[in-house]
Design a binder for this molecule. Structure first.
Ligand code: ZN
Length: 134
């Protein structure tokens, strides 16, 4: 298993429409559109920075994990996503090492990507998302 790069940094916001202007117009990042990920009750918007991206996450329901995050901590950095070449192998390696996983098996995220979250207790307080393009 190989970590290839930081795929994106996830930022939780109350409203993508309120913040897209900063990232798109002031920073001048390329906005590649938004998508609702129904399973996670979020709308996500991606902005490209070289080989990485910023992901803005907005809750679509009060039961969304992002709604809970915003309530507890307010808007801000939510996770760092690492692109791996083999997510199943990465999860096995984490399990063998005793790492705490939020997802034992990959689920499907935005753009049909396979994703799995690693608990922040394992990684120094940062929620990590492992992702592999399908
Ligand atoms: Zn993400």
């Amino acid at each position: 298993m190989k970590i290839e790069r930081i795929d994106h940094i996830g930022i939780a916001v109350e409203s993508i429409d309120s913040w897209i202007g900063f990232y798109r117009d002031i920073l001048g990042l390329e906005y590649t559109g938004s998508e609702v990920v129904a399973e996670q009750k979020v709308r996500v918007a991606f902005l490209t920075i070289g080989e990485s991206r910023i992901e803005l996450l907005e809750p679509t329901s009060p039961e969304s994990p992002i709604a809970g995050f915003l309530e507890k901590r307010g808007a801000g950095m939510h996770h760092i996503a690492l692109k791996v070449d083999n997510i199943e192998e990465a999860l096995v390696r984490h399990k063998e090492a005793g790492a705490r996983l939020i997802d034992e098996t990959p689920r499907i995220g935005a753009h049909g990507t396979k994703i799995a979250f690693v608990h922040p207790k394992t990684s120094g307080g940062v929620l990590l998302e492992l992702c592999q393009e399908s």
